[in-house]
Design a binder for this molecule. Sequence first.
Ligand code: PLP
Length: 363
Amino acid sequence: DSEDRVFNFAAGPAILPANVLKKAQAELYNWRGSGMSVMEMSHRGKEFLSIIQKAEADLRALLNIPEDYAVLFLQGGATTQFAMIPLNLCKPDDPVDFVVTGSWGDKAFKESQKFCKPKVIWSGKSEKYTKIPSFDALEQSPDAKYLHICANETIHGVEFKDYPTPKNGILVADMSSNFCSKPVDVSKFGLIYAGAQKNVGPSGVTIVIIKKDLIGNAQETTPVMLDYKIHAENNSLYNTPPCFGIYMCGLVFEDLLAQGGLTEIERKNKKKAELLYSAIDKSNGFYRCPVEKSARSLMNVPFTLEKSDLEAEFIKEAAKEKLVQLKGHRSVGGMRASIYNAMPLAGVEKLVAFMKNFQARHA
Ligand code: PLP
């Protein structure tokens, strides 16, 4: 019942659109007259094939994905991509560049050290990950196989608004936490990857969009499940895929198209983010967001209280108002409101009203 739902500001797994959940509920027991749930279908049967093909076609329409890119529905989370990318795009001695703007980029860098020779050419760590570098200042390695960025750092709330041009043309981006939140020019990237569980579906599905000419050069010891070629040749059906998760992603893609596509989604996301950031900035320092204004994420909004001893109280009182999961990541503390696509404007309005009320009582 909608009365029992909370406004969930969790960074992930995040909320799904209410109408998508209801549609899935209505189809759960007997999918469109098939006599089966999607969870019970053969992944090689015509029903599931229609589901995965439509999901791919709708995602291609949403992001305007060029023909020379493959779309793969994989498993293992974005974390598996931290290894899969270097295994497929590099030989063990190949140099790779990383711009590290938060903890996820740092994790991707560290994992890739096992499979190639990565170098951090810029890190925001000394400034507590509050910035995006100026692209002119980047000293890229001349032979780097690719340049890796995390397009939106979920923990630190730092988001690329534009993208650096890699020297050799291959830009790789982790878009786990801002995938499908705004239009993206896919042709600027060699590879985009995203765990589904923020904006597009349940955890268990990882989406990879890869330029086809990058496929087919995996290192010799690459496990079959980590070889893009195997998945591309088999249309993501080499082994049993996460069928139900892919179906849910498909329902979300349909919903995003019905809402008017990603330009419209971005407009809604900007409105929500502006409301929240402006409440923080206009609080006379009662609330603070450490991230430089030009790099602030539309998806994850970290903030602190000037009187930090009130933070536990803030989180507890908010939860009583059904504003939940506002605690910041354990590595940075404070608060974090994740306002992914499915967070309605009403949720952000309610949070902002609560913040003003809390301030009035505690200032
Ligand atoms: N990259 C980013 C930007 C994330 O936010 C996360 C998870 O929150 C990950 C990678 C790890 O994703 P997964 O849990 O799907 O492995």
